[in-house]
Design a protein around this ligand. Sequence first.
Ligand code: GDP
Ligand code: MG
Length: 164
Amino acid sequence: SKPVVAVVGRPNVGKSTLFNALAGSRISIVEDTPGVTRDRIYAEVSWLDYQFTLIDTGGIEPESDDIIISRMREQAETAIMTADVILFLVDVRQGLVDADFKVADMLRRSHRPVLLVVNKVDNFEKYMPDVYEFYNLGLGDPIPVSAQGKLGIGDMLDHVIEQF
Ligand code: GDP
Ligand code: MG
């Protein structure tokens, strides 16, 4: 069966925007499973000769920092259990925050392939110095994208299919 790729990250980093950019029109919404996760959204994505299922592991409402961190833990656990490749999305405009380090630790310990994708890099020249900060997460080379501007998406997908 097709590989599964899951997108995880804090509220407002651009997960849904990235998902929609990759999904085109073929999106199916799966209902809430009470007590397990929020709704999960699936899309079938093709890139070169590869096809994979992309999962947006669901919305986290911006609440208190503690609640965001505990919800991100759930989200990361779901991704670790179900995904062949995890896209950990961070936001170059917000920079690195404590929650990113906590989730990075979980993902690193999972021994799953994780790609660190830095979103909102709408101007590569301007933001590259900030992108390098994300090396501090210990998840390897940060991959710059602009989900909104559809920049860097092809390079990111090349990295994804390398993991299959
Ligand atoms: P999510 O909560 O992680 O799903 O984030 P959303 O996809 O809902 O995006 C949160 C906000 O960031 C929205 O206002 C988006 O328009 C904005 N956003 C998403 N991607 C980009 C990007 O590449 N560049 C910029 N400048 N804004 C973006
Ligand atoms: Mg969202």
